[in-house]
Design a protein around this ligand. Structure first.
Ligand SMILES: *Cc1c(COP(=O)(O)O)cnc(C)c1O
Length: 383
């Protein structure tokens, strides 16, 4: 793993590693769109670039910034978070056993359940906040432990350092979906994870205008080599324009997520005393079951929270229908705040009285007052 940089992540990201275009001295790295590159007369490719699928300079630049933010040996970007996550699984030898978090991004859990067996994998889902349950699940030879923390949409916190020890003692690799933690608040590789995954469509890009994924690794490994060739040979690459936009988004990552997390904490506090709210799920609240681990492992509690409404599913759906400022939409991690009734998307076991909130950069007072009005209006409509 690379040495911790002398500079803070915020500094590294703000300057996109200080990269300057060598030709023009521009402070913004250029967008390289060429799919093919001239061979030298002796048939060599001394520039290091031959074809756009395996290699693109803009993509490499974005990967270097992500690697720096994660303290990684290397990072790879993909055409989506799903392309990144599925590449990790497909890099594991067919027939392997894989253990994964019970609470995780629903579409990937669904893929693991439906497609995993087709590739010959045995997949077991466990509560990865329960270390004994993980130890038991890893007793049969297991290739990979795949953990999402904080986990969608209940935000359980899994102890990455403890899981790394348990996984490695059992001979398994540990991959962490750190999408909602962001590299600003958690650096899983420094806590012992082998691979960290991001849906870069979320906080890393941050502006709800790019679909992208990223993986980063602590060190070279056979698994990482396989992931690299899957990305190239399955064509799971990110286009240069998306990579360029992502690199631009990364420049403001630190200041964005800190402001968003500060607002999320304010909302969590205020909502937790609201008479129509049954519970607030936010790792920053001392009432949250993962609070102690989060306080140890994260330098901030993130900007995702969920609320459960006393009026049940009807009140939750009606509240989402009544907001004016919050955007009623899926996804998360953008500068605009989003609200979503996850039960309608995921089905069981997602609680039907739950609304997921992705807190953006609006003033927290505005966000609270809009939500409070919507909860009141929904209560009136239901009564
Ligand atoms: C969105 C998301 C994904 C999937 O990423 P896409 O970019 O939509 O393919 C995976 N994990 C988490 C936690 C996510 O929020």
């Amino acid at each position: 793993m690379s040495e911790p940089s002398r500079w803070n992540p915020r500094t590294l990201a703000a300057q996109a590693l200080g990269t300057v275009d060598p030709l023009t001295r521009a402070v913004v790295p250029p967008l390289h769109v060429a799919t093919t590159f001239i061979r030298d007369p002796d048939n060599e490719y001394r520039s290091g670039y031959a074809y756009g699928r395996p290699d693109n300079a803009t993509v490499r630049q974005t990967e270097a910034v992500i690697a720096a933010l994660e303290g990684a040996n290397e990072a790879l970007v993909f055409g989506s978070g799903m392309a990144a996550a599925t590449s990790v699984i497909l890099a594991v030898p067919p027939g392997s056993r894989i253990v994964a978090s019970q609470v995780m991004y629903w579409a990937f859990r669904r893929w693991l359940m439906s497609e995993g067996p087709r590739f010959g994998y045995t997949i077991e889902f466990v509560d990865t906040t329960n270390l004994d349950a993980v130890r038991d699940a890893l007793k049969p030879a297991t290739a990979l432990l795949y953990v999402e923390t904080p986990g969608n949409p209940l935000w359980p916190i899994s102890d990455i350092a403890a899981l790394a020890e348990i996984a490695h003692a059992a001979g398994a690799m540990l991959a962490i979906d750190s999408t909602c933690a962001t590299p600003v608040f958690t650096q899983p590789l420094r806590l012992g994870a082998d691979i960290v995954m991001h849906s870069a469509s979320k906080y890393l890009n941050g502006h709800s205008d790019v679909i992208a994924g990223a993986l980063a690794t602590a060190r070279a490994s056979e698994l990482w080599e396989r992931i690299n060739s899957i990305r190239i040979e399955h064509g799971a690459i990110l286009g240069p324009f998306e990579a360029w936009l992502l690199q631009r988004g990364l420049r403001t990552l630190d200041v964005r997520v800190r402001a968003q997390a500060a607002s999320a904490a304010i909302l969590a506090e205020r909502l937790s005393t609201h008479p129509s709210v049954a519970s607030v799920l936010y790792p920053g609240l001392s009432s949250h079951p993962g609070h102690a681990v989060a306080a140890r492992q994260m330098s901030g509690f993130g900007a995702m929270l969920s609320i459960r409404l006393k009026g049940g599913a009807a009140a939750a759906i009606a509240t989402a229908a009544k907001v004016e400022l919050w955007k009623r939409a899926t996804s998360l991690g953008g500068v605009e705040s989003l609200i979503e009734h996850r039960g309608s998307v995921e089905g069981p076991p997602c609680p039907t009285d739950l609304l997921r909130l992705s807190v953006g950069l609006e003033h927290p007072d505005d966000l609270f007052s809009d939500l409070e009005d919507a909860i009141r209006a929904a209560h009136g409509a239901a009564a």
